[in-house]
Design a protein around this ligand. Sequence first.
Ligand code: HXC
Length: 513
Amino acid sequence: MEDKLNFMQQRRDIIIQGGGDQRIEDQHQKGKQTARERLEQFLDPGSFVEVGTFVQGGLEDASTMDIPLPGEGVVTGYGTVDGRLIYLFAQDFTVSGGSLGEMHAAKICRVMDLAAQNGAPFIGINDSGGARIQEGVMSLDGYGNIFYRNTVNSGVIPQISVIMGPSAGGAVYSPALTDFIFMVDDTSYMFITGPAVIKAVTGEDVSAGKLGGAAIHNDTSGVAHFRAKDEQECLTMLKTLLSYLPSNNLDSAPAVDPVEPSIPADDLADIVPADANRPYDVVDVIKRIVDGSEFFQVQQHFAKNAVVGFARLNGKTVGIIANQAKFLAGCLDINSSDKIARFVRFCDCFNIPLVTFVDVPGYLPGVHQEYGGIIRHGAKILYAYSEATVPQISVILRKAYGGAYIAMNCKSLGADFAFAWPTAEIAVMGPEGAINIINRREIEKAENPNEERKKKVDEYRTKFANPYIAAARGWIDDVIDPRDTRRQLIMALDSLKNKHEDRPRKKHGNFPV
Ligand code: HXC
Protein backbone atom coordinates (compact mmCIF):
# COMPACT_ATOMS: atom_id res chain seq x y z
CA MET A 1 0.00 0.00 0.00
CA GLU A 2 2.79 2.41 0.92
CA ASP A 3 4.26 2.05 -2.58
CA LYS A 4 0.95 2.72 -4.22
CA LEU A 5 0.34 5.77 -2.05
CA ASN A 6 3.77 7.09 -2.96
CA PHE A 7 3.15 6.43 -6.65
CA MET A 8 -0.19 8.28 -6.48
CA GLN A 9 1.39 11.20 -4.65
CA GLN A 10 4.27 11.43 -7.14
CA ARG A 11 1.86 11.59 -10.07
CA ARG A 12 -0.26 14.16 -8.28
CA ASP A 13 2.79 16.32 -7.49
CA ILE A 14 3.85 16.34 -11.15
CA ILE A 15 0.36 17.44 -12.16
CA ILE A 16 0.15 20.13 -9.47
CA GLN A 17 3.54 21.47 -10.59
CA GLY A 18 2.04 22.21 -14.05
CA GLY A 19 4.65 23.44 -16.51
CA GLY A 20 7.40 23.59 -13.89
CA ASP A 21 9.33 26.27 -12.02
CA GLN A 22 10.65 28.22 -15.00
CA ARG A 23 7.27 28.59 -16.70
CA ILE A 24 5.64 29.51 -13.38
CA GLU A 25 8.33 32.16 -12.94
CA ASP A 26 7.63 33.43 -16.49
CA GLN A 27 3.93 33.63 -15.63
CA HIS A 28 4.69 35.72 -12.53
CA GLN A 29 7.04 37.94 -14.53
CA LYS A 30 4.12 38.79 -16.81
CA GLY A 31 2.11 39.95 -13.78
CA LYS A 32 -0.08 36.83 -13.92
CA GLN A 33 -0.82 34.20 -11.28
CA THR A 34 -0.91 30.48 -12.01
CA ALA A 35 -4.20 28.64 -12.42
CA ARG A 36 -4.00 27.15 -8.93
CA GLU A 37 -3.04 30.46 -7.33
CA ARG A 38 -6.08 32.07 -8.93
CA LEU A 39 -8.38 29.36 -7.62
CA GLU A 40 -6.92 29.69 -4.16
CA GLN A 41 -7.36 33.45 -4.17
CA PHE A 42 -10.91 33.30 -5.47
CA LEU A 43 -12.55 30.47 -3.52
CA ASP A 44 -13.30 30.22 0.21
CA PRO A 45 -10.16 28.93 1.96
CA GLY A 46 -9.79 25.15 1.70
CA SER A 47 -13.02 24.74 -0.29
CA PHE A 48 -11.56 23.73 -3.68
CA VAL A 49 -12.11 20.12 -4.72
CA GLU A 50 -10.37 19.11 -7.93
CA VAL A 51 -12.24 16.96 -10.44
CA GLY A 52 -10.36 14.97 -13.07
CA THR A 53 -6.91 15.48 -11.62
CA PHE A 54 -5.38 12.52 -13.49
CA VAL A 55 -7.08 13.11 -16.84
CA GLN A 56 -4.47 12.73 -19.57
CA GLY A 57 -4.53 12.36 -23.33
CA GLY A 58 -2.98 9.32 -25.04
CA LEU A 59 -1.98 7.39 -21.90
CA GLU A 60 -1.41 3.74 -22.76
CA ASP A 61 1.14 2.78 -20.12
CA ALA A 62 0.45 4.01 -16.61
CA SER A 63 3.54 2.44 -15.07
CA THR A 64 5.79 5.41 -15.76
CA MET A 65 5.79 9.00 -14.64
CA ASP A 66 5.55 10.21 -18.21
CA ILE A 67 3.05 13.08 -18.06
CA PRO A 68 3.90 15.40 -20.97
CA LEU A 69 1.04 17.84 -20.38
CA PRO A 70 0.28 17.88 -16.64
CA GLY A 71 -3.43 18.32 -16.03
CA GLU A 72 -3.84 18.77 -19.82
CA GLY A 73 -3.35 22.49 -19.23
CA VAL A 74 -6.47 23.09 -17.17
CA VAL A 75 -7.50 22.71 -13.53
CA THR A 76 -11.19 21.85 -13.02
CA GLY A 77 -13.41 21.33 -10.00
CA TYR A 78 -15.75 22.98 -7.52
CA GLY A 79 -15.59 25.09 -4.40
CA THR A 80 -17.49 27.78 -2.58
CA VAL A 81 -17.59 31.59 -2.63
CA ASP A 82 -19.19 33.10 0.46
CA GLY A 83 -20.39 29.59 1.20
CA ARG A 84 -22.16 29.14 -2.15
CA LEU A 85 -21.28 26.31 -4.54
CA ILE A 86 -19.47 27.20 -7.80
CA TYR A 87 -18.13 24.91 -10.56
CA LEU A 88 -15.15 26.26 -12.41
CA PHE A 89 -12.03 25.76 -14.48
CA ALA A 90 -8.77 27.66 -14.64
CA GLN A 91 -6.55 27.23 -17.69
CA ASP A 92 -2.88 26.64 -16.95
CA PHE A 93 -0.77 28.72 -19.32
CA THR A 94 2.39 27.03 -18.05
CA VAL A 95 1.32 23.81 -19.82
CA SER A 96 1.38 24.22 -23.60
CA GLY A 97 0.18 27.80 -23.26
CA GLY A 98 -3.14 26.62 -21.78
CA SER A 99 -4.04 25.46 -25.28
CA LEU A 100 -7.22 23.44 -25.65
CA GLY A 101 -6.94 19.81 -26.74
CA GLU A 102 -9.41 16.93 -26.62
CA MET A 103 -8.99 16.01 -22.93
CA HIS A 104 -8.61 19.64 -21.84
CA ALA A 105 -12.05 20.24 -23.36
CA ALA A 106 -13.43 17.04 -21.81
CA LYS A 107 -12.41 18.25 -18.35
CA ILE A 108 -14.19 21.58 -18.92
CA CYS A 109 -17.33 19.86 -20.25
CA ARG A 110 -17.43 17.64 -17.18
CA VAL A 111 -17.65 20.61 -14.79
CA MET A 112 -20.11 22.38 -17.09
CA ASP A 113 -22.40 19.35 -16.88
CA LEU A 114 -22.01 19.15 -13.11
CA ALA A 115 -22.79 22.87 -12.77
CA ALA A 116 -25.99 22.54 -14.80
CA GLN A 117 -27.12 19.33 -13.09
CA ASN A 118 -26.56 20.84 -9.66
CA GLY A 119 -27.85 24.34 -10.36
CA ALA A 120 -24.63 26.17 -9.55
CA PRO A 121 -22.88 29.02 -11.39
CA PHE A 122 -20.13 28.07 -13.84
CA ILE A 123 -16.99 30.18 -14.05
CA GLY A 124 -14.12 29.88 -16.52
CA ILE A 125 -10.76 31.51 -15.87
CA ASN A 126 -9.24 31.76 -19.35
CA ASP A 127 -5.52 31.99 -20.12
CA SER A 128 -4.97 30.12 -23.37
CA GLY A 129 -3.32 30.20 -26.78
CA GLY A 130 -6.51 28.70 -28.28
CA ALA A 131 -6.93 25.39 -30.09
CA ARG A 132 -3.96 23.06 -29.42
CA ILE A 133 -2.45 23.04 -32.87
CA GLN A 134 -0.92 19.54 -32.54
CA GLU A 135 -4.34 18.01 -31.80
CA GLY A 136 -5.93 19.43 -34.91
CA VAL A 137 -9.58 18.64 -35.40
CA MET A 138 -9.86 17.05 -31.94
CA SER A 139 -9.36 20.52 -30.47
CA LEU A 140 -12.06 21.90 -32.72
CA ASP A 141 -14.44 19.16 -31.60
CA GLY A 142 -13.58 20.09 -28.01
CA TYR A 143 -14.55 23.71 -28.61
CA GLY A 144 -17.78 22.60 -30.25
CA ASN A 145 -18.68 20.55 -27.18
CA ILE A 146 -18.08 23.58 -24.96
CA PHE A 147 -20.04 26.03 -27.14
CA TYR A 148 -22.96 23.59 -27.23
CA ARG A 149 -23.04 23.38 -23.43
CA ASN A 150 -22.67 27.17 -23.06
CA THR A 151 -25.78 27.54 -25.18
CA VAL A 152 -27.86 24.78 -23.61
CA ASN A 153 -26.98 26.04 -20.12
CA SER A 154 -27.69 29.68 -21.01
CA GLY A 155 -30.52 30.94 -18.82
CA VAL A 156 -30.27 27.87 -16.57
CA ILE A 157 -27.19 28.78 -14.53
CA PRO A 158 -25.14 31.99 -14.56
CA GLN A 159 -22.03 31.48 -16.72
CA ILE A 160 -19.16 33.89 -16.25
CA SER A 161 -15.83 34.20 -18.07
CA VAL A 162 -12.71 35.74 -16.65
CA ILE A 163 -9.96 36.54 -19.15
CA MET A 164 -6.58 36.58 -17.45
CA GLY A 165 -4.23 36.12 -20.40
CA PRO A 166 -4.60 35.50 -24.11
CA SER A 167 -7.93 34.38 -25.51
CA ALA A 168 -7.31 33.95 -29.20
CA GLY A 169 -9.10 32.38 -32.14
CA GLY A 170 -11.95 30.03 -31.21
CA ALA A 171 -11.12 30.59 -27.53
CA VAL A 172 -13.09 33.84 -27.61
CA TYR A 173 -16.39 32.20 -28.41
CA SER A 174 -17.06 30.32 -25.21
CA PRO A 175 -16.66 33.59 -23.25
CA ALA A 176 -18.85 35.34 -25.82
CA LEU A 177 -21.61 32.78 -25.17
CA THR A 178 -21.46 33.31 -21.40
CA ASP A 179 -23.37 35.98 -19.49
CA PHE A 180 -20.49 38.19 -18.38
CA ILE A 181 -16.84 38.69 -19.33
CA PHE A 182 -14.24 40.15 -16.97
CA MET A 183 -10.90 41.44 -18.31
CA VAL A 184 -7.71 42.62 -16.64
CA ASP A 185 -5.71 45.66 -17.78
CA ASP A 186 -2.41 44.94 -19.56
CA THR A 187 -2.46 41.12 -19.22
CA SER A 188 -5.63 39.98 -20.96
CA TYR A 189 -6.65 40.24 -24.57
CA MET A 190 -9.22 38.71 -26.88
CA PHE A 191 -9.25 38.55 -30.67
CA ILE A 192 -10.30 36.26 -33.48
CA THR A 193 -7.13 36.89 -35.48
CA GLY A 194 -4.00 38.32 -33.88
CA PRO A 195 -1.80 41.26 -34.93
CA ALA A 196 0.44 39.15 -37.21
CA VAL A 197 -2.46 37.77 -39.26
CA ILE A 198 -4.06 41.20 -39.50
CA LYS A 199 -0.78 42.67 -40.74
CA ALA A 200 -0.53 39.96 -43.39
CA VAL A 201 -4.12 40.23 -44.58
CA THR A 202 -5.03 43.91 -44.30
CA GLY A 203 -1.64 45.55 -43.76
CA GLU A 204 -2.84 47.18 -40.52
CA ASP A 205 -0.25 47.51 -37.76
CA VAL A 206 -1.75 47.03 -34.32
CA SER A 207 -0.50 45.76 -30.97
CA ALA A 208 -2.30 42.96 -29.08
CA GLY A 209 -3.45 45.42 -26.41
CA LYS A 210 -4.77 47.95 -28.91
CA LEU A 211 -6.49 45.17 -30.84
CA GLY A 212 -8.19 43.30 -28.02
CA GLY A 213 -7.10 44.55 -24.59
CA ALA A 214 -9.36 45.21 -21.62
CA ALA A 215 -9.86 48.87 -22.53
CA ILE A 216 -10.90 48.11 -26.12
CA HIS A 217 -13.43 45.43 -25.19
CA ASN A 218 -14.87 47.42 -22.29
CA ASP A 219 -15.02 50.85 -23.95
CA THR A 220 -15.29 50.26 -27.69
CA SER A 221 -16.49 46.81 -28.75
CA GLY A 222 -18.76 46.08 -25.78
CA VAL A 223 -17.56 42.46 -25.78
CA ALA A 224 -16.54 42.63 -22.11
CA HIS A 225 -18.61 43.73 -19.13
CA PHE A 226 -16.06 44.43 -16.41
CA ARG A 227 -12.52 45.85 -16.40
CA ALA A 228 -10.11 45.45 -13.50
CA LYS A 229 -6.67 46.94 -12.94
CA ASP A 230 -5.18 43.63 -11.75
CA GLU A 231 -6.13 40.01 -11.04
CA GLN A 232 -6.90 40.65 -7.39
CA GLU A 233 -9.36 43.46 -8.18
CA CYS A 234 -10.87 41.29 -10.91
CA LEU A 235 -11.63 38.38 -8.57
CA THR A 236 -13.02 40.75 -5.93
CA MET A 237 -15.37 42.26 -8.53
CA LEU A 238 -16.41 38.76 -9.59
CA LYS A 239 -17.36 37.93 -5.99
CA THR A 240 -19.43 41.13 -5.82
CA LEU A 241 -21.26 40.17 -9.00
CA LEU A 242 -21.99 36.68 -7.65
CA SER A 243 -23.45 38.18 -4.47
CA TYR A 244 -26.28 39.69 -6.57
CA LEU A 245 -27.09 36.53 -8.53
CA PRO A 246 -29.15 33.44 -7.84
CA SER A 247 -27.38 30.12 -8.35
CA ASN A 248 -29.83 29.03 -11.05
CA ASN A 249 -33.04 29.98 -12.84
CA LEU A 250 -35.29 28.30 -10.25
CA ASP A 251 -33.67 30.08 -7.33
CA SER A 252 -33.88 33.61 -5.97
CA ALA A 253 -30.86 35.82 -5.50
CA PRO A 254 -29.64 35.70 -1.89
CA ALA A 255 -31.37 38.34 0.23
CA VAL A 256 -29.31 40.38 2.67
CA ASP A 257 -30.26 42.66 5.56
CA PRO A 258 -31.89 45.82 4.17
CA VAL A 259 -30.04 49.10 4.68
CA GLU A 260 -31.15 52.65 3.97
CA PRO A 261 -29.20 54.54 1.29
CA SER A 262 -26.05 56.03 2.79
CA ILE A 263 -26.66 59.17 0.69
CA PRO A 264 -29.92 60.71 1.92
CA ALA A 265 -32.72 61.42 -0.56
CA ASP A 266 -33.47 64.97 0.70
CA ASP A 267 -32.04 66.66 -2.39
CA LEU A 268 -33.43 64.12 -4.86
CA ALA A 269 -35.91 66.60 -6.29
CA ASP A 270 -33.07 69.03 -7.11
CA ILE A 271 -30.73 66.66 -8.96
CA VAL A 272 -32.71 66.58 -12.19
CA PRO A 273 -32.51 70.14 -13.61
CA ALA A 274 -35.81 71.84 -14.41
CA ASP A 275 -34.35 72.88 -17.77
CA ALA A 276 -34.98 69.77 -19.87
CA ASN A 277 -31.80 70.38 -21.87
CA ARG A 278 -29.40 70.39 -18.92
CA PRO A 279 -27.50 67.21 -18.09
CA TYR A 280 -27.01 65.50 -14.72
CA ASP A 281 -25.67 62.16 -13.55
CA VAL A 282 -28.46 59.60 -13.18
CA VAL A 283 -26.17 57.52 -10.93
CA ASP A 284 -26.65 60.31 -8.32
CA VAL A 285 -30.38 59.56 -8.48
CA ILE A 286 -29.95 55.78 -8.27
CA LYS A 287 -27.59 56.00 -5.29
CA ARG A 288 -30.17 57.98 -3.30
CA ILE A 289 -32.75 55.24 -3.80
CA VAL A 290 -31.00 51.86 -3.43
CA ASP A 291 -29.80 50.02 -0.33
CA GLY A 292 -26.54 51.39 1.04
CA SER A 293 -26.27 53.63 -2.05
CA GLU A 294 -24.46 50.66 -3.65
CA PHE A 295 -24.88 50.29 -7.38
CA PHE A 296 -22.77 47.69 -9.23
CA GLN A 297 -22.62 48.78 -12.85
CA VAL A 298 -22.39 46.34 -15.75
CA GLN A 299 -20.64 47.55 -18.94
CA GLN A 300 -19.87 50.80 -17.14
CA HIS A 301 -17.45 51.96 -19.83
CA PHE A 302 -19.56 51.07 -22.89
CA ALA A 303 -22.53 52.99 -24.36
CA LYS A 304 -22.44 55.46 -21.52
CA ASN A 305 -25.74 57.03 -22.60
CA ALA A 306 -27.38 54.12 -20.78
CA VAL A 307 -26.61 52.79 -17.33
CA VAL A 308 -27.35 49.21 -16.26
CA GLY A 309 -26.38 47.25 -13.17
CA PHE A 310 -27.34 45.52 -9.97
CA ALA A 311 -28.45 47.01 -6.69
CA ARG A 312 -30.70 46.01 -3.79
CA LEU A 313 -34.02 47.35 -2.60
CA ASN A 314 -35.03 46.23 0.90
CA GLY A 315 -32.25 43.61 0.79
CA LYS A 316 -33.31 42.02 -2.51
CA THR A 317 -31.48 42.18 -5.83
CA VAL A 318 -32.91 44.33 -8.59
CA GLY A 319 -31.63 45.05 -12.08
CA ILE A 320 -31.50 48.78 -12.75
CA ILE A 321 -31.70 50.34 -16.20
CA ALA A 322 -31.48 54.10 -16.74
CA ASN A 323 -30.90 56.67 -19.43
CA GLN A 324 -27.81 58.76 -18.71
CA ALA A 325 -28.49 62.41 -19.61
CA LYS A 326 -24.76 63.18 -19.31
CA PHE A 327 -23.99 61.35 -22.57
CA LEU A 328 -25.80 61.97 -25.87
CA ALA A 329 -28.57 63.52 -23.74
CA GLY A 330 -29.52 59.96 -22.80
CA CYS A 331 -30.69 59.09 -26.33
CA LEU A 332 -31.02 55.44 -27.26
CA ASP A 333 -28.58 54.38 -29.97
CA ILE A 334 -27.26 51.12 -31.42
CA ASN A 335 -24.85 50.31 -28.60
CA SER A 336 -27.11 51.34 -25.72
CA SER A 337 -29.90 49.24 -27.25
CA ASP A 338 -27.63 46.19 -27.21
CA LYS A 339 -26.49 46.98 -23.67
CA ILE A 340 -30.00 47.40 -22.25
CA ALA A 341 -31.56 44.46 -24.10
CA ARG A 342 -28.88 41.99 -23.02
CA PHE A 343 -29.08 43.09 -19.41
CA VAL A 344 -32.88 42.92 -19.33
CA ARG A 345 -32.76 39.40 -20.75
CA PHE A 346 -30.19 38.27 -18.18
CA CYS A 347 -32.34 39.58 -15.32
CA ASP A 348 -35.44 37.95 -16.78
CA CYS A 349 -33.65 34.58 -17.06
CA PHE A 350 -32.71 34.70 -13.41
CA ASN A 351 -35.81 36.11 -11.67
CA ILE A 352 -34.30 39.52 -10.99
CA PRO A 353 -36.94 42.32 -11.01
CA LEU A 354 -36.34 45.28 -13.30
CA VAL A 355 -36.43 48.92 -12.24
CA THR A 356 -36.14 51.40 -15.10
CA PHE A 357 -35.43 55.12 -14.65
CA VAL A 358 -36.48 57.05 -17.74
CA ASP A 359 -35.19 60.35 -19.08
CA VAL A 360 -34.93 59.89 -22.82
CA PRO A 361 -35.40 62.37 -25.65
CA GLY A 362 -35.71 59.63 -28.28
CA TYR A 363 -33.73 57.29 -30.51
CA LEU A 364 -30.56 59.02 -31.75
CA PRO A 365 -31.10 60.52 -35.22
CA GLY A 366 -28.38 60.25 -37.87
CA VAL A 367 -27.22 58.56 -41.06
CA HIS A 368 -24.58 56.61 -39.16
CA GLN A 369 -27.23 55.17 -36.85
CA GLU A 370 -29.61 54.29 -39.69
CA TYR A 371 -26.85 52.66 -41.76
CA GLY A 372 -25.68 50.78 -38.66
CA GLY A 373 -29.12 49.28 -38.20
CA ILE A 374 -30.69 51.26 -35.35
CA ILE A 375 -34.02 49.77 -36.46
CA ARG A 376 -32.73 46.23 -35.90
CA HIS A 377 -30.82 47.08 -32.71
CA GLY A 378 -33.50 49.34 -31.23
CA ALA A 379 -36.00 46.51 -31.66
CA LYS A 380 -33.99 44.45 -29.18
CA ILE A 381 -35.10 46.63 -26.27
CA LEU A 382 -38.75 46.35 -27.29
CA TYR A 383 -38.40 42.59 -27.55
CA ALA A 384 -36.46 42.16 -24.31
CA TYR A 385 -38.89 44.13 -22.14
CA SER A 386 -41.95 42.61 -23.83
CA GLU A 387 -40.53 39.12 -23.35
CA ALA A 388 -39.70 39.70 -19.66
CA THR A 389 -42.06 38.22 -17.09
CA VAL A 390 -40.23 39.29 -13.94
CA PRO A 391 -41.67 42.21 -11.92
CA GLN A 392 -41.03 45.42 -13.85
CA ILE A 393 -41.38 48.99 -12.60
CA SER A 394 -40.54 52.16 -14.46
CA VAL A 395 -40.07 55.65 -13.06
CA ILE A 396 -40.13 58.59 -15.45
CA LEU A 397 -37.84 61.32 -14.14
CA ARG A 398 -38.02 63.85 -16.95
CA LYS A 399 -38.26 63.27 -20.70
CA ALA A 400 -40.09 60.27 -22.14
CA TYR A 401 -40.59 60.99 -25.80
CA GLY A 402 -41.76 59.02 -28.78
CA GLY A 403 -40.54 55.51 -29.48
CA ALA A 404 -38.03 55.78 -26.69
CA TYR A 405 -40.88 56.28 -24.18
CA ILE A 406 -42.26 52.95 -25.33
CA ALA A 407 -38.85 51.27 -25.38
CA MET A 408 -38.01 52.22 -21.80
CA ASN A 409 -40.57 49.80 -20.44
CA CYS A 410 -43.84 51.71 -20.57
CA LYS A 411 -46.87 49.79 -19.33
CA SER A 412 -47.92 48.64 -22.79
CA LEU A 413 -44.55 46.86 -23.04
CA GLY A 414 -45.12 45.01 -19.80
CA ALA A 415 -44.24 47.28 -16.87
CA ASP A 416 -46.35 46.27 -13.88
CA PHE A 417 -46.22 49.74 -12.39
CA ALA A 418 -45.21 53.06 -13.93
CA PHE A 419 -44.55 56.10 -11.78
CA ALA A 420 -43.67 59.63 -12.85
CA TRP A 421 -42.01 62.47 -11.04
CA PRO A 422 -43.85 65.81 -11.38
CA THR A 423 -41.03 66.89 -13.72
CA ALA A 424 -41.92 64.16 -16.25
CA GLU A 425 -42.66 65.13 -19.86
CA ILE A 426 -44.45 62.36 -21.72
CA ALA A 427 -45.34 63.08 -25.34
CA VAL A 428 -44.85 61.88 -28.87
CA MET A 429 -41.90 64.24 -29.32
CA GLY A 430 -40.12 67.11 -27.58
CA PRO A 431 -41.60 70.64 -27.80
CA GLU A 432 -38.93 72.04 -30.19
CA GLY A 433 -39.31 69.23 -32.70
CA ALA A 434 -43.08 69.17 -32.43
CA ILE A 435 -43.81 72.87 -33.04
CA ASN A 436 -41.46 72.90 -36.06
CA ILE A 437 -43.88 70.43 -37.62
CA ILE A 438 -47.31 71.39 -36.35
CA ASN A 439 -46.77 75.18 -36.22
CA ARG A 440 -44.35 75.61 -39.11
CA ARG A 441 -46.61 77.82 -41.23
CA GLU A 442 -47.61 80.13 -38.36
CA ILE A 443 -43.96 80.56 -37.37
CA GLU A 444 -42.90 81.33 -40.96
CA LYS A 445 -45.66 83.91 -41.34
CA ALA A 446 -45.07 85.59 -37.98
CA GLU A 447 -43.53 89.05 -37.80
CA ASN A 448 -40.96 87.73 -35.33
CA PRO A 449 -40.53 83.98 -36.04
CA ASN A 450 -38.22 83.39 -33.05
CA GLU A 451 -40.68 84.91 -30.63
CA GLU A 452 -43.52 82.97 -32.16
CA ARG A 453 -41.53 79.74 -31.96
CA LYS A 454 -40.76 80.36 -28.28
CA LYS A 455 -44.43 81.10 -27.57
CA LYS A 456 -45.53 77.90 -29.27
CA VAL A 457 -42.87 75.84 -27.49
CA ASP A 458 -44.07 77.20 -24.12
CA GLU A 459 -47.68 76.47 -25.01
CA TYR A 460 -46.82 72.93 -26.09
CA ARG A 461 -44.79 72.29 -22.96
CA THR A 462 -47.62 73.48 -20.69
CA LYS A 463 -50.24 71.54 -22.59
CA PHE A 464 -48.51 68.24 -23.40
CA ALA A 465 -45.11 67.96 -21.71
CA ASN A 466 -46.28 66.75 -18.31
CA PRO A 467 -47.21 63.42 -16.74
CA TYR A 468 -50.94 64.07 -16.33
CA ILE A 469 -52.27 63.15 -19.77
CA ALA A 470 -50.57 59.73 -19.43
CA ALA A 471 -51.74 59.47 -15.81
CA ALA A 472 -55.31 60.30 -16.87
CA ARG A 473 -55.31 57.22 -19.09
CA GLY A 474 -53.78 55.04 -16.36
CA TRP A 475 -50.49 54.61 -18.20
CA ILE A 476 -48.85 56.20 -15.19
CA ASP A 477 -50.05 54.69 -11.91
CA ASP A 478 -49.07 57.67 -9.80
CA VAL A 479 -47.19 60.94 -9.93
CA ILE A 480 -44.89 60.82 -6.92
CA ASP A 481 -42.63 63.03 -4.86
CA PRO A 482 -39.07 62.09 -5.91
CA ARG A 483 -38.11 61.65 -2.25
CA ASP A 484 -40.77 58.96 -1.95
CA THR A 485 -39.37 56.87 -4.83
CA ARG A 486 -37.56 54.28 -2.70
CA ARG A 487 -40.63 53.60 -0.56
CA GLN A 488 -42.89 53.35 -3.62
CA LEU A 489 -40.53 50.93 -5.33
CA ILE A 490 -40.15 48.70 -2.28
CA MET A 491 -43.92 48.51 -1.78
CA ALA A 492 -44.55 47.84 -5.46
CA LEU A 493 -41.90 45.10 -5.59
CA ASP A 494 -43.33 43.52 -2.47
CA SER A 495 -46.79 43.49 -4.03
CA LEU A 496 -45.34 41.76 -7.11
CA LYS A 497 -43.29 39.12 -5.32
CA ASN A 498 -45.61 36.29 -6.34
CA LYS A 499 -46.06 37.54 -9.90
CA HIS A 500 -46.67 34.74 -12.35
CA GLU A 501 -47.32 35.12 -16.03
CA ASP A 502 -47.99 32.43 -18.61
CA ARG A 503 -47.16 32.99 -22.26
CA PRO A 504 -48.17 30.99 -25.34
CA ARG A 505 -46.19 27.76 -25.64
CA LYS A 506 -43.50 27.90 -28.30
CA LYS A 507 -40.05 26.55 -28.96
CA HIS A 508 -38.48 30.00 -28.70
CA GLY A 509 -39.05 33.44 -30.14
CA ASN A 510 -36.97 35.00 -32.88
CA PHE A 511 -35.06 37.73 -31.02
CA PRO A 512 -33.92 40.50 -33.41
CA VAL A 513 -30.11 40.21 -33.66
C1 HXC B 1 -0.18 24.57 -29.02
C2 HXC B 1 0.62 26.47 -28.02
C3 HXC B 1 -0.46 27.22 -28.56
C4 HXC B 1 -1.40 26.54 -29.38
C5 HXC B 1 0.77 28.53 -27.41
N1 HXC B 1 1.34 27.32 -27.31
N2 HXC B 1 -0.31 28.50 -28.16
N3 HXC B 1 0.74 25.16 -28.25
N4 HXC B 1 -1.22 25.23 -29.56
N5 HXC B 1 -2.44 27.17 -29.89
C6 HXC B 1 2.55 26.96 -26.58
C7 HXC B 1 3.83 27.48 -27.21
O1 HXC B 1 4.28 26.62 -28.18
C8 HXC B 1 4.73 27.53 -25.99
O2 HXC B 1 5.16 26.21 -25.72
C9 HXC B 1 3.80 27.90 -24.87
O3 HXC B 1 2.49 27.58 -25.32
C10 HXC B 1 3.84 29.35 -24.53
O4 HXC B 1 3.68 30.10 -25.73
P1 HXC B 1 4.61 31.33 -26.11
O5 HXC B 1 4.34 31.64 -27.52
O6 HXC B 1 6.03 31.03 -25.72
O7 HXC B 1 4.04 32.44 -25.12
P2 HXC B 1 3.81 33.97 -25.39
O8 HXC B 1 5.01 34.57 -26.00
O9 HXC B 1 3.31 34.53 -24.10
O10 HXC B 1 2.64 34.05 -26.49
C11 HXC B 1 1.36 33.52 -26.18
C12 HXC B 1 0.47 33.52 -27.44
C13 HXC B 1 1.18 32.74 -28.58
C14 HXC B 1 0.21 34.96 -27.89
C15 HXC B 1 -0.85 32.89 -27.05
O11 HXC B 1 1.64 31.48 -28.07
C16 HXC B 1 0.29 32.50 -29.74
O12 HXC B 1 0.12 33.40 -30.59
N6 HXC B 1 -0.29 31.30 -29.82
C17 HXC B 1 -1.18 30.95 -30.92
C18 HXC B 1 -2.46 31.74 -30.84
C19 HXC B 1 -3.43 31.37 -31.90
O13 HXC B 1 -3.27 31.71 -33.08
N7 HXC B 1 -4.45 30.60 -31.53
C20 HXC B 1 -5.50 30.22 -32.43
C21 HXC B 1 -5.38 28.73 -32.64
S1 HXC B 1 -6.64 28.29 -33.81
P3 HXC B 1 6.56 25.89 -25.03
O14 HXC B 1 6.63 24.40 -25.02
O15 HXC B 1 7.61 26.53 -25.87
O16 HXC B 1 6.49 26.50 -23.66
C22 HXC B 1 -8.06 28.35 -32.93
C23 HXC B 1 -9.28 28.05 -33.74
C24 HXC B 1 -10.29 27.34 -32.93
O17 HXC B 1 -8.13 28.59 -31.77
C25 HXC B 1 -11.63 27.52 -33.57
C26 HXC B 1 -12.72 26.93 -32.74
C27 HXC B 1 -14.07 27.37 -33.26
